[in-house]
Design a protein around this ligand. Sequence first.
Ligand code: HSE
Length: 342
Amino acid sequence: MEKNMRLILIGFGVVGQGFAEILRDKAAQLTQEQGFSAQIIGVVTASKGTLYRPEGLDIDALLGAAESGSFASYPEQKGLKRDLSADAMIEGRAADALVEVSPTDLDTAEPALSFCHLALENGMHLVLANKGPVALDYASLNAKATEYNLQMRYEATVMAGTPVISLAGDALAGCEIRSARGILNGTTNYILTQMEGGMSYSEALAQAQALGFAESDPSGDVEGWDAAAKVLILCQSLFGRPMRMDDLDVSGISAIDSADIAEAQSAGERYKLIAQAAPDGGEVRARRIPLSDPLASVGGATNAITLETDLLGAVTLIGAGAGKLATGSAILTDLLAISSSQ
Ligand code: HSE
């Protein structure tokens, strides 16, 4: 039986557009092979405008309008509303899931957090790429999802579509995970890799922004806060431990210059922004690691994580950590998981 999911997207930047492209390009395959289809019925953005059509929005027209910078160029369609607020859309209860892909705010997680609570209260599943609500308010969102018999899924928040959340929660469900250590920020790993090739810090950061790896405010990446948010999410997800930013020791890569990189290289070492999570705490810190450390060979926007388990020992996962399709793919994976469990 075909299952059609109706979606409201909050945000339509790199990740939202990547997800929409995937949905368009894989529509026939998803229907044929998995009996899954999805329609985007609403999109809310801070800068491009708002579109809502319960019968479904046209993805090509949506992507074209986003590229033009404003939804004003989206063509007229029967039933189209251009000025509906996010609250009104959610309270209209026409959608099955809220897809939160707006920029991450690690101070308050707003306005995303309020939309997430409202969506659950109105019977919608939650799928997030936005790290803010998961990092800052996991416990109450999860409790509300359970209360309303709904799912909150957030694979995209850590290592983009590289499936560390489902690896830990499903494939390693019989293991105790004792700690995690890895490279969890694509932007900083890209910058460090490019600097080793001789590029300046600012040019490498500009490239990471142009490639869609960096946050809207890239200071969150380079100062370590993005990786720290992922540590908070892992502490919840792997160990069931709620932690706050204050509990973590966080620093980034902005103090590392070309001379530091060259000095490390001549000593047979490499700088990496290493994130660690354990049941009793976590940290994010730039470290000089020997080339023999497996993390030393992880370059560009690629991420890697090693989970220390009781039954299997170390399990390492390496894959894309940021980017349009790499992150959009996680949204699709989460929606497929929700759809197949209905
Ligand atoms: N800015 C993030 C990074 C995006 O560079 O890893 C993926 O969470």
